[in-house]
Design a protein around this ligand. Structure first.
Ligand SMILES: Cc1cc2nc3c(=O)[nH]c(=O)nc-3n(C[C@H](O)[C@H](O)[C@H](O)COP(=O)(O)O)c2cc1C
Length: 352
């Protein structure tokens, strides 16, 4: 948990901290953003008083994500975390998203010219950066507070996205059926199945990317309606032994669609920022999220969801929110391996 070892108290003190220390703090947090298949498709560079976030196209899912939509959502999530990390030090981030049309993989440049006291809610959000984990399975039947849902919806709007609650048994069943259809179509597609397998290391692997078996249950509990899980174990029985408290289907939770009005890279980065704000805000209330992108990786299913459930807006991710007791364990590459000085060499991350 590198981020906890950083000298945050000293960094947040009245005097200016060294750029390298600030960058180390920011990147140590940003790497804990969620990403599709935990591909972590990003790297960072530091130039003067500026951190740049770059999409790592070598980590894009070539089969499932040919346009780089999910790669950019993942980078947007890392961007939100980086901005929050600057706030945790009392800096006000100034962000230019996709600042250079000639460099489409340059996701954002972030500067921090001014300071302001850290608000309590910012501290609470930042506290969840390492704690938050993707959930896979059912939720407890306890309802979520309507106040939380309103806060999540307002927050998504601030990042240029919308969080639509899919309520009504009919709509929830239609969306669950779309997830199931997407999952079955992907399982039947050999190229897709090979790509997923390449991001799902076996038990005991020392890899620091991909979805490890500690992150998903060997037998995901059923939900009503049933939202199909990704087949990370590809039939080998990998996964944790967490079992649902009862054989009866668990709750699918509050089902939501994260949408944007456009469908360009800027919209995808916005969706990623909105995603992280929603996940961290939920986590401060003990609420976890399950994510499903299977139907959105099939063009016809995505179009169906767009027209039937999103009022014409573009669906970027299916989310289910609810309360859980089990905690998944995930992995990340080290911050040092993704942080470079502008000249290309690794930045020294020591804090002596
Ligand atoms: C764009 C995007 C799509 C995702 N799609 C799925 C999905 O379909 N199924 C799933 O179980 N998790 C999905 N996830 C969650 C990632 O697998 C998860 O973030 C990653 O494994 C890291 O684990 P953590 O979130 O617990 O830190 C998605 C995440 C992102 C950002």
């Amino acid at each position: 948990m590198a981020i906890l070892r950083l000298p945050a108290a000293r960094l947040a003190g009245p005097g200016p901290a060294a750029v390298e220390e600030i960058a180390a703090h920011v990147v140590a947090a940003a790497v804990w953003a969620p990403s599709v298949h935990n591909s972590q498709p990003w790297w960072f560079s530091v130039d003067g008083q500026e951190i740049s976030l770059h999409a790592d196209v070598g980590r894009r899912l070539m089969v499932a994500d040919p346009r780089g939509r999910e790669m950019m959502i993942s980078c947007g999530a890392a961007l939100f975390t980086a901005r929050l990390a600057l706030r945790s030090l009392g800096y006000i981030p100034e962000t230019a998203v996709l600042p250079d049309p000639g460099q489409p993989l340059l996701v954002a440049r972030v500067r921090w010219p001014r300071r302001a006291d850290v608000a309590e809610f910012e501290r609470r959000l930042f506290d969840q950066v390492l704690r938050r984990r993707t959930h896979r399975g059912g939720f407890s039947p306890l309802p979520l507070s309507p106040g939380l849902l309103a806060v999540l919806q307002e927050g998504a709007g601030r990042d240029g996205a919308m969080l639509r609650i899919v309520d009504g048994d009919g709509s929830r069943a239609v969306l669950a059926a779309a997830v199931e259809t997407g999952e079955q179509a992907l399982r039947a597609d050999g190229a897709y199945a090979r790509e997923l397998a390449s991001w799902a290391p076996p038990p005991g692997s020392t890899r620091r990317d991909g979805v490890p078996p500690t992150a998903y249950p060997a037998r995901p509990g059923r939900t009503w309606p049933q939202f199909a899980s990704r087949d990370f174990a590809h039939g080998r029985g990998w996964g944790t032994s967490f079992s649902p408290a009862s054989a009866a289907p668990g709750s699918a939770g509050v089902v939501c669609l994260l949408t944007t009005t456009g469908d360009r890279p800027l919209d995808w980065v916005n969706a990623g920022q909105a995603l992280l704000r929603a996940l961290l805000t939920s986590a401060t209330c003990g609420v976890a999220a399950a994510m499903h992108s299977q139907p959105l990786e099939r063009a016809r299913l995505r179009e169906f969801i767009r027209t039937q459930l999103c009022g014409g807006a573009y669906p970027q991710l299916v989310l289910r929110l609810g309360q859980v007791t089990q905690a998944a364990v995930s992995v990340r590459r080290s911050p040092a391996s993704v942080l470079f000085a502008s000249g290309g060499e690794h930045l020294c991350l020591s804090h002596g």
